[in-house]
Design a protein around this ligand. Structure first.
Ligand code: MF3
Ligand code: CO
Length: 254
């Protein structure tokens, strides 16, 4: 069941989104050679709590940290730890914050120092594919219009979209209906977009093939071919016009 949010609920989602977006900016600003992924996790958790919110991911299905940090060929759900970031890494950071009953969820991939030309292009195509997709995130279109736009944009540029993980509705729960794939799934439903829907759109894009596998830690997802992967996500509100981005891509680290 897809829930439509009331204007009061949307005010609460804007608050959660604001904290989440600032947390992503903070994490991104920390990405630098010599920093450990655990340091980023700690700082983000502290920031989220300082704003009266809690990290959505901590203990979600047993997840052991507050942030997902996925480096290079890691696609999503990387667990922060002792790993030291190195010049040339690309670092995907995914954060969620829960405040007054509602979640925000967003992600981005950040360069650690100077990165390869391919890495830069992958990060840029991934970010742009989100914005291509959300041109269709408004009343008058259906979900597969968005999915197809992301897929087409990515594949035309020689990259591939991950199939096993998808975006999602979001609100009182982090994962609500509908699923939001980044490819056209002929067997899936074709829900119409209606104002008041809130969804997390999150392309996961691989430089090589679409295949992925989960590591023995039960969480970290990596590319099957060992090539790079990038992730970009925002929580958005469907309206009768342009979608409202509840996690501001231009938020500043505070
Ligand atoms: N941002 C992820 C998503 O959209 C959630 C991370 S999974 C967790 O599904 F377990 F780490 F929370
Ligand atoms: Co998400």
């Amino acid at each position: 069941m897809i829930t439509l949010k009331s204007s009061h609920e949307l005010d609460l989602m804007r608050q959660a989104g604001k904290i989440t977006a600032a947390a992503r900016a903070l994490a991104g600003a920390m990405v630098a050679p010599g920093v450990t992924t655990r340091e980023i996790d700690r700082a983000v958790a502290r920031y989220i709590r300082s704003r009266g919110a809690s990290p959505s991911f901590l203990h979600y299905n047993g997840y052991p940290a507050s942030v997902c940090i996925s480096v290079n060929d890691e696609v999503i759900h990387g667990i922060p730890g002792n790993r030291v970031l190195r010049e040339g890494d690309i670092v995907s950071v995914d954060v969620g914050a829960f405040k007054d009953g509602f979640h925000g969820d967003c992600a981005g991939t950040f360069p650690c120092g100077e990165v390869s030309e391919e890495a830069r292009r992958l990060m840029e195509v991934t970010r742009q594919s989100f914005f291509e997709g959300i041109r269709y995130a408004r009343e008058g279109y259906r979900l597969p219009d968005l999915s197809g736009a992301v897929q087409r944009f990515v594949e035309e540029r020689g990259f591939s979209v991950v199939r096993e993980f998808v975006g999602h509705g979001i609100g009182r729960k982090m994962h609500e209906d509908p699923e939001v794939p980044n490819y056209v799934e002929p067997k899936a439903g074709r829900p119409r977009f209606l104002r008041g829907m809130t969804i997390a759109v999150e392309p996961m894009v691989n430089a090589g093939g679409a295949g992925v596998y989960t590591m023995p830690d039960g969480w970290t997802v990596r590319t099957a071919d060992g090539r790079l992967s990038a992730h970009y996500e925002n929580t958005i509100l469907i309206t009768d016009g342009e979608p409202e981005l509840l996690t501001d891509p231009d938020a500043k680290a505070e």
